[in-house]
Design a protein around this ligand. Sequence first.
Ligand SMILES: C[S@@+](CC[C@H](N)C(=O)[O-])C[C@H]1O[C@@H](n2cnc3c(N)ncnc32)[C@H](O)[C@@H]1O
Length: 258
Amino acid sequence: MTDTRAENRKLWEEWSEDFQALWNANTAEGEAPPAPCPFTDDPPGGSQPDLLPTVEGIDFVELGCGGGQGSVGTALEGADTVVGVDFSAAQLDHARHLRDHYGVDARFVRGDVTNLPLPDASFDVAFSGWVYQMVPDLEACLAEARRVLRDDGLLVFDVPHPMYERMDPETNTLTRSYHADPRREIVIDEDYEADMVAFDRKVSTLHNAAVAAGFDVQRLLEPGTADPDDYEDKPLESDRPDLKAMVPRTVRFWATAR
Ligand SMILES: C[S@@+](CC[C@H](N)C(=O)[O-])C[C@H]1O[C@@H](n2cnc3c(N)ncnc32)[C@H](O)[C@@H]1O
């Protein structure tokens, strides 16, 4: 079996340039690259104003920040401290460019979401978007998120929905049992040396791990509608609209630290 962490890290170093190009695919020349805050109305499931009325003045950390879009977007909305952590140097390079483009204050540090190079109880809000599905040790991810959050702090995380990930792209039918081993290897590009290793964990596994790590799950969101037209013409969303109208693309948790 491959060393999952080493394989995924290598994959992200290889993929980063093309992945960031996807983020900017709909950006017209001269336009600012996108930097959406993960807590405004557009992201999966929308905002939850009763749980997070504003990001103004908060201390914020993004766990697996990639190209820094969520961190920069949160800084633009008025967060006080913004830190992004990622294990890919190439991804962090993009994040720092984006930060400099917008001229906001954000710090991007290299580290692993299972061993954060950050002090205890130093943030009000942590966000992790589409990262935990690549990490074999989910418990360590959540324990580290809990450690760096203050009591009553908020963790928002999402992963690709495990049902969506188990569907055949040709036939839109299940390829594997929902109960089967969650581990899967995905070829991103035949020319890359590394493949992605992902874990399509059951929703109950994610939920119970968050509770065991010291979180109260306040919202569990599986956004989407049954109308394929709702997925057309949206950056990063327009592939496989028929399947998205059948199965949620994402599952998102809003959880508070006990
Ligand atoms: C799909 S990207 C998501 C990034 C960002 N949230 C976004 O939406 O573009 C996943 C990111 O997680 C990072 N990552 C994966 N496993 C990690 C780990 N164990 N520790 C730190 N970063 C990790 C990858 O380098 C990559 O930048």
